[in-house]
Design a protein. Structure first.
Length: 163
């Protein structure tokens, strides 16, 4: 019997496709509505006790990419997040870490003008603990390290954006 693959889907963004202006940041020279897309996942690995969501741009001209959203401690019963959840509409008990814009919220796409196409990796992580053992003030890099070290599985949906 073959195992069912852990998958992440969205009615708002599609794999390899350009995101709508709705998901553009409002600041840093951008003027979008900064709305996080709806995300849905299914077939989490056995033993999953919580989920995390990250949004990362590996193409940012920083030398270390750019973290747009980091949410952990999403209850194991969750199968997705509604559109706009990144503006403070998360399930009870979730923790949000500071993104590279300096806020604990969803920060939409805002690549530098003329820099070309950027990839935005929306990833759901299946975790074996109800709470990620990271201090509340942990950097995005530390949270990313911990997620990679302990994940039971992950599923990524990569959308694109350019200005």
């Amino acid at each position: 019997m073959s195992a069912t693959r852990f998958v992440l889907t969205s009615p708002d963004i599609q794999e390899g496709h350009f995101m709508a202006k709705a998901h553009e940041f409002d600041g840093f020279g951008c003027d979008g509505p900064n709305i996080s897309p709806a995300l849905n996942w299914q077939h989490a690995p056995e033993g999953t006790k919580s989920f995390a969501i990250t949004v990362f741009d590996p193409d940012a001209p920083t030398g270390s990419g750019f973290w747009h959203w980091i949410v952990t401690d999403i209850p194991a019963a969750a199968t997705g997040l509604a559109q706009g959840a990144g503006q403070g509409n998360l399930p009870q008990g979730c923790r949000t870490f500071t993104n590279d814009y300096g806020s604990k919220a969803f920060g939409g796409a805002c690549p530098p003008e003329g820099h070309g196409m950027h990839r935005y990796q929306f990833t759901v992580w299946a975790l074996p603990e109800e709470t990620l053992p990271a201090p509340d003030g942990a950097s995005a890099a530390v949270v990313g390290f911990m997620l990679n070290a302990m994940a039971l599985g992950k599923a990524t949906l990569t959308a694109t954006y350019a200005r």
